[in-house]
Design a protein around this ligand. Structure first.
Ligand code: BTN
Length: 250
């Protein structure tokens, strides 16, 4: 990707501390372990070797092919567990807005944590609670594949944005700037930002719970807490909090 790494000066200006790691197991783990790094500290790496995804999965990104960005965010106000579901959705909406500010072709978000281009996975989000109750917000984005794509559903930024026009410093500084604002606005405003970025609403979806049980329906919207409201094919309205959701095109 472009002449990128000569400088992270804009990103450094926006956040409270920036750590650029030549190699790291996981930028999320780095910030989870380093509790001295306070709110709005950011860790970045282009070579994350043990990236973690949702549900204990791996997030695999070959050296130089993707970027891992993590940031320490304040805990949401009120009851931490009740208010946590909105956080990854607000992060997703912020990432979508940052990418769309540099791309003529829009990206969108799939509930609850995928960044999609053309229904293929460009990136993912993992948010974790640190022992001091701060939230570590982690974002992984595919930048440019050198060889075969790691999976047939994976897409990289260079597949739809001319690479020499992109400054990663601009993209990441804008992402961090939006995160810092959007994570602290009232929940009603956050739900508006999420609804605007969420491609899932109005789509037929297949839902798979942690128990492996699958069912289908139509996504109607999100509720107060960020749960996905689905009208199931047998006519029930179900609010889904912790499940995998696939968009169906049939
Ligand atoms: C998913 O799609 O399941 C979420 C993937 C999240 C990956 C990012 S990369 C930066 C941060 N560090 C990690 O170990 N994971 C997140």
């Amino acid at each position: 990707m472009s002449k990128v790494l000569d400088s992270w000066s804009r990103t450094r200006e926006v956040c409270s501390a920036l750590v650029v790691l030549n190699e790291v197991d996981s930028t999320n783990s780095y910030l989870m372990d380093n509790t001295k790094l306070s709110e709005y500290s950011v860790a970045i790496s282009l070579n994350q070797t043990g990236g973690r995804g949702r549900w204990g999965r791996e997030w695999v990104s070959r050296a130089g092919e993707g970027i891992a960005v993590s940031m320490v965010a304040p805990a949401p106000p009120g009851n931490l567990l009740e208010n946590l579901t909105l956080v990854p959705l607000v992060v997703g909406a912020s990432v979508v807005a940052a990418i769309n500010s540099i791309s003529a072709k829009p990206v969108a978000m799939k509930w609850p944590n995928d960044i999609l281009f053309d229904d293929m996975k460009l990136g993912g989000i993992l948010c974790e609670v640190r022992r001091d109750s701060k939230i570590v917000v982690g974002i992984g984005l595919n930048l440019e594949f050198q060889g075969a794509r790691p999976s047939e559903r994976a897409v990289s930024l260079s597949d739809f944005v001319p690479v020499d026009t992109v400054s990663l410093d601009d993209l990441i500084s804008e992402t961090v700037r939006l995160l810092m604002g959007n994570l602290t606005v009232p929940a009603t405003k956050q739900r508006g930002l999420i609804a605007a970025a969420l491609e899932t609403i109005g789509k037929r979806v297949r839902v798979r719970g942690k128990d492996g049980v699958e069912w289908t329906g139509v996504a109607m919207g999100i509720d107060e807490s960020g749960a996905l409201r689905i009208r199931s094919d047998d006519g029930k309205e179900i609010n889904v909090l912790s499940s995998e959701v696939d968009h169906l095109y049939q």
